[in-house]
Design a protein around this ligand. Structure first.
Ligand SMILES: NC(=O)c1ccc[n+]([C@@H]2O[C@H](COP(=O)([O-])OP(=O)(O)OC[C@H]3O[C@@H](n4cnc5c(N)ncnc54)[C@H](O)[C@@H]3O)[C@@H](O)[C@H]2O)c1
Length: 341
């Protein structure tokens, strides 16, 4: 593994920087990061990691199109780079940056027999209640989800009708949380927001009742970022595994569980007793706010990954919310100042 050279797009972002950290732990330091540091704060995500080069995303794709031989001796491309803002309305930008960019990179990888492991999203399912990697369940609600879905379809076409020359694996991440997401602002996980909210005034907030779900019971498949990295690195060891795979824990939990877990981690440190959900509400620590008008019709009230497809390739024990938040809290306590301020 040690002498391998790997490209990580979106490497200065949340999941990309965790992939780099995971690769470093496996002795791989020859990493080329492709990203954009317009939001300069993201440099903190890579400053403590071993990489050998940083290339701006626009320069990189130009190089690939005009001078492809420069990047042909590569052992894998982890393509995490994308506009990850589900509220972005600029469809032109979204399709250029997410869809077209991914196509060009995929073609490059196929031309040079490079394993290509890319990020898709559970956003492709929209408000479906079943989450299987099949067309019948894919009803995305926004242009972000569409940019991901169209690329998955493009890959499916190639997997079905063309002979692929190297591994191609797409991963539909569910709700990811964990270290190195401080730059994401409003798009950061609820676990992160609860950490900040409790630190500020010992209160946390969740959406109130909406679409038949009572306050705090909207339910998602929350996955700790470390699990994403472990699964992807295992996949890369299995070069015959190509396809599109859900990547969540397979067990949905309500947002209330995030609040209970994060508040109790904090309270343990404060020497306070742990509290259950009922007490959290009674003590006014957990406040339910009106469901925002702007999210009506655009919100996934429930997601839960069907892992049948993934389990044909890897076995993995995923952390539940209580354990994932415990781990994340420990990291935040030690690293928040360095990464976020
Ligand atoms: N975080 C989640 O819960 C989640 C869920 C589903 C899917 N995803 C997907 O996972 C990937 C990583 O997401 P994240 O949470 O780390 O987001 P992030 O915003 O922290 O990181 C994405 C990074 O990609 C960069 N980027 C944007 N377009 C690029 C391009 N064309 N080429 C190279 N770099 C580009 C951005 O500058 C950013 O640094 C994205 O593809 C996202 O759509 C994330």
């Amino acid at each position: 593994m040690k002498n391998k050279t790997v490209i990580v797009t979106g490497g200065a972002g949340f999941i990309g920087s965790n992939i780099i950290e995971g690769l470093n732990k496996h002795g791989i330091d020859n990493i080329i990061v492709v990203d954009n540091l317009k939001n300069a704060a993201k440099f903190k995500n890579i400053a403590d990691l071993h990489i050998i080069d940083f290339i701006d995303k626009h320069d990189f794709i130009q190089e690939i199109l005009t001078n492809p031989n420069k990047f042909k001796q590569i052992d894998a491309v982890f393509h995490e780079g994308a506009c990850s803002d589900t509220m972005e309305h600029n469809g032109h930008y979204m399709m250029k940056n997410n869809f077209e960019y991914s196509k060009n990179l995929f073609i490059h990888c196929q031309t040079h027999h490079i394993p290509f492991l890319y990020a898709s999203s559970a956003a492709v399912y929209g408000n479906e209640t079943q989450f299987k990697e099949e067309k019948a369940y894919e009803k995305t609600l926004n242009i972000y989800g569409y940019s991901k879905l169209l690329f998955d379809d493009y890959i499916r076409y190639h997997l079905k009708h063309r002979k692929i020359t190297s591994q191609v694996a797409g991963f539909r991440y569910f709700n990811v949380y964990g270290p190195r997401e401080c730059h994401k602002g409003k798009m950061a996980s609820v676990a992160y927001h609860h950490y900040l909210q409790y630190a500020k005034d010992e209160k946390v907030k969740l959406f109130g009742e909406h679409a038949g779900y009572t306050a705090g019971t909207h339910t998602r498949d929350f996955i700790y970022v470390g699990d994403i990295i472990d699964v992807k690195l295992k996949f890369w060891q299995n070069k015959l595994a190509s396809g599109i795979y859900n990547l969540g824990t397979g067990k949905a939990e309500p947002f209330n569980n995030i609040a209970v877990s994060m508040v109790n981690e904090y309270r343990k440190d404060q020497g306070k007793s742990t509290v259950n959900l009922e007490e959290l509400v009674k003590l006014n620590i957990l406040e339910y706010i009106n469901f925002p008008q702007s999210l009506h019709g655009k919100y996934q009230s429930y997601t839960q990954a069907n892992l049948d497809n993934l389990r044909t390739v890897v076995q993995h024990d995923f952390l539940n919310v209580a354990h994932g938040v415990e781990k994340y809290y420990t990291w935040l306590k030690q690293n928040y100042v360095r990464f976020a301020e």
